[in-house]
Design a protein around this ligand. Sequence first.
Ligand code: SF4
Ligand code: SF4
Length: 123
Amino acid sequence: MDCKKCVNKCKAEYCTLIPIPIEIWNKHKEKVINNKDLRYEIFKETGVVFALINSKCPFLDAEYMCSIYEDRPEVCRIFGDESNILMTCKWQDKDGRMRSRQERRQVEKKQQDEQAKCFKDCK
Ligand code: SF4
Ligand code: SF4
């Protein structure tokens, strides 16, 4: 998958709320900690931080690139492997082929259904 070729269209859509391991957060938080729009919570029991700046991952830069690419969390490294629908990118398949508008809609629908199922099961 080559994200650079489509970030102008996808705007890194999936770089939103992800579990950031505390070690990665502590190493890089200075890049974002003074941003007034930063919202974050540290979960010491699970060793992760959830953080957002205006609904986006705080490490996403203005060109939709990852500012901690070399240290990005494991989930970011494997995202797009299509191991399940929530690890599937609606913009590109795992081999880097751009999906059609119809295919994007299909992936999006399946992801919404799966998320709804997860929320229901959690209640
Ligand atoms: S994983 Fe998909 S949505 Fe995210 S930057 Fe790459 S192509 Fe865009
Ligand atoms: S750490 Fe980087 S790759 Fe992962 S969600 Fe944030 S900006 Fe995207």
